[in-house]
Ligand binder design. Structure first.
Ligand SMILES: Cc1cc2nc3c(=O)[nH]c(=O)nc-3n(C[C@H](O)[C@H](O)[C@H](O)COP(=O)(O)OP(=O)(O)OC[C@H]3O[C@@H](n4cnc5c(N)ncnc54)[C@H](O)[C@@H]3O)c2cc1C
Length: 427
């Protein structure tokens, strides 16, 4: 147990959405000392959209960043503000149904804007750049992370937020006596691009496609493929992701020497959607230089924590993007961990026990979100064994299947974690 006079020193490795959100909350508390280490020379995100479900929007508010988020986020305009996605047939844009998330609808943001909004609030001296973690050690007193530049950092707790290729996950799994887990290729690739919404409007008009499809988030479904669109940058840009899946083998392999992201040609993308209708094809025709992403995921981990070292975000539970939930799960991790560490009772507890409570509460839910994200891809691409291409059943299933994810009660997670720690109700 620590003296209640001394600060708890927390190291965070990785400055993506999860790591920066956690650092931002923790650095507000005077009993905590926080250092964040990012391997890149600066914070950076890809130029694409990211959408957040109601649960993630609540985590954003709980992390104290509701206002900066509100300034940059897009929400679908009245009267469609509660629509998360409308579901349509890929071949003719025929309407299948909609999923509604009351009060939130589709809340989305440009990734770079979001990370900027978080990072710009981080006080000087918290983040260090060009710090690539290579290994971790720990003993009864502290954790020690070593960097490629030969330096090291010692802290009471080390949080790995270093993404799907985490360099610290092995330390945790080894410590738990569990087999190591490497990212696995899902068999699905995604073409990504952003379109100027005025350009798309003109192109839709020219081809007689309903402009409603620009204003309201859309998901076009087909066999082994689907396309999603939603507006970002206050509707000035339309974010497009076009997924194609190869289900010919049970264990798809992505060559280890091939990058996960590469430039692709428009011809290649269009030929993958040969038989699709105008609404989808005109979209793709407006993306002259797409990128192609080989989508990888992690299997569900048997633990996120070993002693003083914990995993959050994609380092713990990288998942397929089919529920728009991966970054949101990282934010839920950050929120719960921050609420526990922000309580001064942490100073008289064992840091390992705090991490163990985080693991016990967060892991079952994050694993379920991982699992259902994969299942959602099967459903969208008409491969769900119970639904297949039965449009009525598809529509009914899609209308209800996300409610448990969005309506999750994070306050009761916190209560449970505090009870596990034997903490007083209010500190
Ligand atoms: C096509 C696609 C669409 C998606 N859409 C959505 C969506 O709409 N909604 C949603 O919620 N999620 C979505 N996701 C998932 C989401 O992008 C991720 O879950 C999220 O970005 C993960 O954040 P993170 O901070 O955990 O990890 P990352 O964003 O991977 O950040 C890790 C950070 O750690 C740094 N780092 C890595 N290794 C080291 C090291 N050894 N030492 C120091 N630093 C290191 C990296 O440079 C990086 O800055 C999507 C994913 C994809 C692929």
């Amino acid at each position: 147990m620590r003296s209640s006079q001394s600060k708890l020193h927390i190291g965070i490795v990785g400055g993506g959405i999860a790591g920066v959100a956690l650092a931002l909350d923790l650095c507000r508390h005077s009993h905590l000392s926080v250092q964040l280490f990012e391997s890149a020379p600066a914070f950076g995100e890809v130029g694409a959209g990211v959408s957040f479900g109601a649960n993630a929007v609540r985590a954003i508010a709980g992390l104290g960043i509701a206002e900066p988020y509100r300034k940059i986020a897009d929400q679908t305009q009245d009267p469609w503000q509660d629509i998360w996605f409308e579901w349509r047939r890929g071949e003719d844009a025929g309407y299948l149904g909609a999923s509604l998330a009351e009060g939130v609808g589709q809340s989305s943001v440009h990734r770079a804007d979001f990370l900027d909004a978080l990072a710009s609030q981080l006080p000087e001296g918290i983040a260090q750049f060009g710090k690539r973690a290579v290994s971790v050690e720990q003993d009864a007193e502290q954790a020690r992370v070593l960097f490629t530049d030969g330096t090291e950092h010692r802290c009471d707790l080390l949080i790995a937020a270093d993404g799907i290729k985490s360099s610290i996950r092995d330390h945790v799994l080894n410590g738990l006596g569990q087999p190591l887990v490497a990212p696995r290729f899902s068999g699905t690739c995604a073409y990504r691009g952003m379109i100027d919404s005025q350009q798309l409007r003109a192109a839709y008009r020219a081809r007689g496609v309903d402009e409603h499809l620009i204003d309201v988030p859309q998901m076009y479904l087909g066999l082994d493929a689907h396309i999603l669109t939603f507006p970002v940058k206050q509707g000035r840009l339309i974010n497009v992701v076009a997924f194609i899946s190869d289900r010919s083998r049970p264990d798809p392999i992505w060559p280890s020497d091939s990058p996960w992201v590469r430039n692709a040609s428009q011809e290649e993308m269009l030929s993958a959607f040969n038989h699709w209708g105008d609404a989808a094809r005109v979209l793709l025709e407006c993306i002259p230089a797409p990128t192609l992403w080989a989508l990888h995921e992690l299997e569900e981990l048997p633990g996120y924590v070993h002693g003083r070292v914990g995993l959050i975000g994609d380092a713990a539970h990288a998942m397929l993007p089919h529920q728009g939930a991966g970054a949101g799960q990282g934010l839920e991790d950050a929120w719960l961990l921050a609420r526990l560490l922000a309580d001064p009772q942490v100073l008289t507890s064992q840091p390992q026990e705090v991490l163990a409570a985080y693991d016990a509460i967060r892991r079952p839910r994050a694993c379920r979100v991982q699992r259902t994200s994969w299942e959602a891809g099967e459903l969208y691409e008409l491969r769900d064994p119970a639904v297949a291409d039965d449009e009525q059943l598809l529509s009914k299933t899609l209308a209800e299947r996300f409610d448990w994810l969005w309506n999750h009660d994070m306050q009761s997670d916190l209560k449970e974690a505090r009870a596990q720690l034997g903490w007083r109700a209010s500190a």
